[in-house]
Design a protein around this ligand. Structure first.
Ligand code: PGA
Length: 690
């Protein structure tokens, strides 16, 4: 009881942590890919704060920004869909182990004011970021430790396609936003934004108050002064510090001011109040600006002159750079000096272009998208490009989701069609990424004849089954486990590619004076490939203990027999809610095996109260305990081995209930007693996989 509650709680906890991490990573990877330039600027801030600017180039920072977006997005998708669990959870721990102390340092020292984890979509203070990272670190460690409990939402052979497609998606999305501006513009200069409204202070709000402190020195003595008590010349200035005296309201736009570089005139109001249109060419640094599209810029300038619209260029570069730019590009427009950070915020492209009317951002273009003469064919009032077109965030999210889900579903569907068309079967699926065969666990229907049928009857039954399956190929592996005396006769009778043959027991001794016993080697010498071990009837009537069974399993494996190892609780144990403990204890016989040997066995869960009684476990009961058994295997041998272990259900399985039982994700077939004695019934159960 306690065990099963603990088990359920741990599984829930692991999956809640996994979903939390997945959502955060997908979101933060996506918002970074939405604005790689923005994250590149942020990385530049970090490099400056840590004195690394000499070591890193702009292109390296951009590559790091895109790489980080792709890594986070990939980890998020792995965790969301529950595959590559070891890699995803391990990488999450490493990432958070790096980020958490880093953000603690940022919170304490404040060298960069906003961490940039979520781009401009969600801006957190450094302390908020630190605590967020503490939570994520704990979640990542929990997911890593409990990764075996993470529920998988896609099949194993779809993994590589999802991996390739998600990386393509996030890289193409990054490239798209880099070339055409972010799809989601979270900054105060987005299309439709009223710049003047963004500059307003709400009534009664106070601006933040800063104070400048001067650290001065005289005769080896250092002292701090304010602006009011600034000392005489006998003191020399050591350092100037600006400290926030009172936090206040800072409007989203607080540094948009346009100073003409020709005569120093402030053109801000003239531009913002203009009832006609103004084009703004924005290039924060002319030396770094791409001059590949300057013909387009000049065309827009000519168009403005012809239609009497204002055209201004904004830069933070100096006069020399402006002159060189105009010489190089043949531009004739007026430049205004504007703060660099402001310009980087206005438009991510360098250069980029804005169209304003009455202070409202009507349209915005990246370098490559600046409208050309074929678009600028009439006055702006008549052109759609001069109408504010704001697409809602929801519709953009929907479009991005569709671009992710529709092609991916199509690829997966095509793969399914390819698979089911018989060109590949699920047992030998090749993952091209890892160039390795993906071992899929097998669906198996195994018959257990028990102490039934004379030799002649057994031969007739095997022949009949062989013919039925030759005529109608099964969609799963089929095994018949017969009494010892049938083995040598039945094995050569059946098509070994379709039907495997096995014994119902074998001795726990190698050979010698054990009257009445049959060794694993003797079973194997008949051509049989399987052996049932640990059946509840053998445990109950012949006193087979965990230790005896451990010996039998080892001998079977040593003789290349595949054990079908049975576990299950009796009615009293189930009623006392002890079935989980019972199966966990029974598994001890096989949990001493190496992972490689364990990979060779098949498990069969058989609730003893259901064997031969006509009472079947409900599909839900079967799924619950099968999933539990698989989680025990995962804990012991790792998820991959657990995923590859076939777990059969046994106990009054019939054609009428087989389909429903086998439909459960963790039920991989059945061990059939009574119904295996009639071909029609056994075949009916085999056909549940059709
Ligand atoms: P049953 O037996 O199908 O007759 O219930 C199953 C078994 O004991 O393997």
């Amino acid at each position: 009881m306690e065990n099963s509650i603990r088990n359920t709680v741990l599984t829930w906890y692991a999956n809640i942590c996994r979903l939390l991490l997945a959502v955060v990573f997908v979101f933060s990877g996506f918002v970074k890919a939405n604005d790689p330039t923005g994250f590149q600027y942020k990385l530049h801030d970090y490099a400056t704060a840590f004195g690394l600017t000499a070591w890193v180039s702009e292109s390296l920072l951009l590559a790091a920004a895109i790489g980080m977006a792709a890594l986070e997005f990939a980890l998020g998708i792995y965790l969301l869909l529950g595959f590559n669990r070891r890699f995803a959870s391990g990488m999450s721990v490493l990432l958070m182990l790096f980020m958490t102390p880093l953000t603690l340092y940022l919170a304490l020292e404040n060298p960069v004011s906003d961490c940039g984890c979520f781009g401009d979509a969600v801006v957190l203070t450094n302390w908020q970021t630190f605590w967020k990272n503490v939570v994520l670190l704990l979640a990542a460690i929990s997911v890593f430790c409990l990764r075996g409990r993470i529920v998988r939402w896609i099949s194993r052979h779809s993994e590589w396609m999802v991996s390739v497609y998600m990386l393509l998606y996030i890289c193409i999305f990054s490239y798209y936003t880099l070339k055409h501006l972010p799809v989601f513009d979270f900054r105060p200069y987005h299309i439709g934004a009223d710049i003047r409204a963004g500059m307003e202070m709400p009534e009664g709000a106070l601006p933040p108050l800063y104070e400048t402190i001067f650290v001065m020195e005289r005769d080896g003595e250092q002292k701090e002064f304010g602006i009011e008590d600034y000392p005489d010349e006998s003191w020399t200035l050591v350092e100037r510090k600006t400290i926030l005296k009172r936090a206040g309201y800072e409007p989203p736009i607080h540094d948009f001011s346009l100073m003409s570089m020709q005569d120093g005139e402030d053109l801000t109001e003239r531009v913002l109040a203009d009832s006609s249109y103004t084009f703004l060419l924005v290039a924060y640094d002319l030396n770094k600006a791409d001059d590949g599209y300057t013909d387009l810029v000049n065309e827009v300038y000519d168009y403005c002159r012809a239609h009497q619209y204002q055209f201004l260029a904004l830069t933070a570069s100096g006069e020399d750079e402006v002159e060189q730019w105009l010489d190089r590009t043949g531009g004739e427009y007026l430049f205004c000096g504007v703060d660099e950070t402001t310009l980087k915020t206005v438009v991510r492209s360098n250069p980029g272009m804005l169209l304003l009317k009455e202070g409202v951002v009507v349209n915005k273009w990246a370098n490559a998208d600046i409208p050309d003469e074929y678009q600028l064919v009439a006055s702006l009032d008549e052109l759609p490009l001069a109408k504010v077109q704001v697409h809602s965030v929801m519709s953009k999210i929907f479009t991005c989701l569709l671009w992710f889900l529709v092609p991916l579903s199509l690829i997966l569907m095509l793969d399914r069609i390819w698979n089911f068309s018989g060109r590949k079967n699920k047992h030998d699926y090749i993952n091209p990424l890892k160039n390795k065969k993906v071992e899929m666990r097998k669906n198996i229907v195994a018959g257990n004849w028990k102490m039934n049928k004379t030799l002649q009857e057994g031969i007739a039954l095997a022949k009949e089954l062989n013919e039925a399956l030759a005529a109608d190929k099964p969609n799963c592996d089929v095994v018949i486990c017969t009494p010892f005396i049938h083995l040598a006769s039945v094995t050569p009778l059946v098509d070994s590619a379709v039907i495997g043959v096995g014994a119902e027991n074998c001795a726990d001794k190698v050979s010698g004076a054990y009257t009445g016993e049959v060794s694993a080697e003797m079973v194997a010498s008949t051509g049989a490939q399987y052996v049932i071990l640990g059946h509840s009837e053998r445990r109950a009537y012949y006193g087979e203990t965990v230790e005896i069974l451990e010996e039998k399993v080892k001998l079977a494996l040593a003789n290349n027999l595949k054990p079908i190892f049975c576990i299950g609780a009796v009615l009293e144990e189930r009623e006392a809610n002890k079935q989980n403990e019972v199966v966990a204890a029974q598994l001890a016989s096989v949990f001493s095996l190496s992972a490689e040997d364990f990979g060779k066995i098949v498990l069969a869960y058989e609730p003893v109260w259901a064997i031969g009684t006509g009472k079947t476990a409900t599909p839900e009961q079967a799924q619950e305990i099968h999933a539990y058994i698989r989680s025990l295997v995962a804990e012991k041998y790792g998820q991959e081995v657990a995923d590859n272990t076939s777990i059969l259900y046994g106990g009054s399985c019939k054609p009428s209930n087989a389909k429903e039982l086998f439909a459960n994700p963790d039920v991989d077939g059945g061990l059939i007693g009574g119904a295996a004695l009639k071909v029609a019934d056994f075949k009916g159960i085999i056909d549940a996989f059709k």
